[in-house]
Design a protein around this ligand. Structure first.
Ligand code: NAG
Ligand code: NAG
Ligand code: NAG
Ligand code: NAG
Length: 476
């Protein structure tokens, strides 16, 4: 330590080899680093970056080219996720880590809820209007209830909202109630597109939004149907084809939301990058488009820049990224996964104009569950793993997300940055509402460190030797 008058300065050797002040000076970017070799995991690093001795890549950030506004980052509070959080003996510690907004907490700012059941269930599948005999009907929703959500989903959600009151919430159904389907069951089948059924289903969404509002929980957006072209007979799924989706939006849920002054956004598609033709057809129909609040994408199939291409064609339609999961199929290699989650999902989707970036389960137990029904994903990995015996561990998803969610706050605006090749440096920049600038840079190369300067505000902030397959966030 060096004493300069009354000022205590902590000297440190930065990775660029220079001696610098760890304390923040006015012109200093904070540096947070995760390395592919796992020696640093969202570590605060010393920095001393202002220099005229530029070499390596030039990452320029243009403050005048403001892009989309960010709503937040997070994952789904699936039934299983809520269950493991609710029952953990360390629940309060874990909840503060996930939803807290201090610089050492994850800062989850956006959650996706499942309206009723998905494949990741701790209890038997349900909806909010189940009838003992699914050949009966309840067009007036007289049996509607969110009671089962009150067992642990809503309590966890309320605790999250206490920690971070500005959480944004999206909800998606995997299936309508069984009686509204041609199959009369939750597991697979087509939605019954009879007028009375469509009207009842629109009312179901209204009742859901109102019931949650009564609990003090505002639903910012819904998607019409999770993965609308996927029907499986071993877990809750439903087909809702293009024509049915059009009619449901145009003649039922759209007008009903408008008439009842429900400002919850209606998002469409909620399925893979490869299926852009589906939302394309919806927004090309003006009578449908007037009710559409955006297109939601999943990252399991197709090119990661499909939403960017969609934006080029439809600059007035917002993009959302609502699901991607790691799991048993992906090898579990930290450096490879940190690279793919950052490049394709967190940097890739924000650069593709997405207003949010959501992963699938926020938390799962040590057996990738609970997983009440056999079907669906039996080996998905949560953002964190919460074993039933206590404790928790942070998975690679936590770090990939944390490089943004800790620092890029709701209301931030993305700033234009330049692009390098696919195997070269990846970078994205944001400015928060409080004026702080956040720049996330990744080196995807498997063997070579990368040096670069951040070219912003007519300065060159030089950063040397970002290790292979590593991610760094700069904050000032
Ligand atoms: C459903 O509601 C309508 C309008 O409020 C009412 O006329 C009708 O009797 C109700 N039907 C049933 C089965 O409750
Ligand atoms: C992606 O969406 C298309 C519909 O456009 C569907 O046919 C296909 O099965 C989906 N792929 C996956 C992996 O779910
Ligand atoms: C992890 O993947 C990287 C490539 O991304 C590779 O270089 C490394 O050897 C892999 N590690 C293990 C333990 O397989
Ligand atoms: C890493 O960089 C070296 C040197 O530029 C290049 O030859 C190599 O192809 C890159 N490897 C990967 C996996 O990007």
């Amino acid at each position: 330590m060096l004493y300069v008058g009354s000022l205590i300065a902590i000297l440190a050797i930065s990775n660029s080899g220079c001696i610098c002040f760890l304390l923040n000076t006015n012109d200093e970017y904070q540096v947070w680093l995760t390395t592919g070799d796992m020696t640093k995991k969202l570590n605060r690093e010393p920095s001393c970056m202002v220099t005229n001795n530029h070499h390596g890549y030039s990452v320029w950030v243009d403050r005048n080219k403001r892009r989309q506004t960010i709503d937040g980052f997070g994952a789904a509070l699936s039934n299983s996720a809520a269950y493991v959080l609710f029952h953990s003996p360390n629940r309060h510690v874990i909840m503060r880590d996930l939803f807290g907004t201090d610089e050492n907490q994850l800062g989850v700012s956006y959650l996706r809820l499942v309206m009723g059941a998905s494949d990741l269930m701790a209890v038997d599948a349900y909806t909010y209007d189940d009838l003992a005999n699914s050949r009966d009907t309840d067009f007036n929703m007289s049996h509607f209830t969110i009671q089962k959500d009150k067992d642990f989903v809503i309590p966890v959600l309320k605790e999250a909202l206490v920690i971070n009151p500005s959480l944004t919430i999206l909800a998606s159904p995997w299936s309508s109630p069984a009686w509204m389907k041609m199959s009369h069951k939750l597991f697979g089948g087509d939605f019954n597109n009879g007028q009375q059924y469509m009207n009842a289903y629109a009312l179901y969404f209204v009742k859901f939004i109102e019931a949650y509002q009564t609990e003090g929980i505002h639903i910012d957006a819904i998607t019409i149907q999770n993965e609308p072209l996927l029907s499986r007979d071993d877990y809750p799924t439903m087909n809702m084809n293009l024509d049915v989706t059009k009619a449901f939006i145009r003649d039922h849920i759209g007008p009903m939301f408008r008439k009842r002054n429900i400002n919850t956004k209606i998002l469409v598609w909620d399925f893979n990058w490869s299926g852009a033709w589906f939302p394309e057809a919806l927004v090309n129909d003006g009578a449908v488009k007037q009710y559409i609040g955006g297109v939601a994408w999943h990252g399991y199939d197709g090119r990661h820049d499909a939403p960017d291409a969609f934006h080029t064609k439809h600059p007035d339609v917002d993009n959302y990224f609502t699901e991607f999961s790691g799991g048993g199929w992906d090898g579990g290699n930290f450096s490879a996964l940190l690279t793919s989650f950052t490049r394709l999902i967190f940097i890739g989707q924000t650069k593709s104009w997405s207003k949010n970036v959501l992963l699938w389960n926020l938390a799962l137990d040590e057996h990738n569950g609970p997983h009440y029904h056999v079907g669906g994903c039996g080996n998905c990995r949560g953002v964190i793993t919460v074993p039933s015996g206590g404790g928790y561990s942070k998975n690679v998803e936590y770090y990939a997300m944390g490089h943004m969610s800790r620092f890029v706050k709701p209301g931030a605006v993305r700033l234009e940055t330049n692009n390098f090749g696919w195997d070269e440096l990846q970078a994205v920049a944001f400015v928060n509402l409080d004026g702080t600038t956040v720049i996330v840079v990744q080196n995807p190369n498997t063997s070579r460190p990368a040096s670069f300067s951040l070219d912003i505000d007519a300065k060159h902030y030089q950063y040397n030797n970002l290790p292979p397959q590593s991610v760094v966030t700069f904050v000032k």
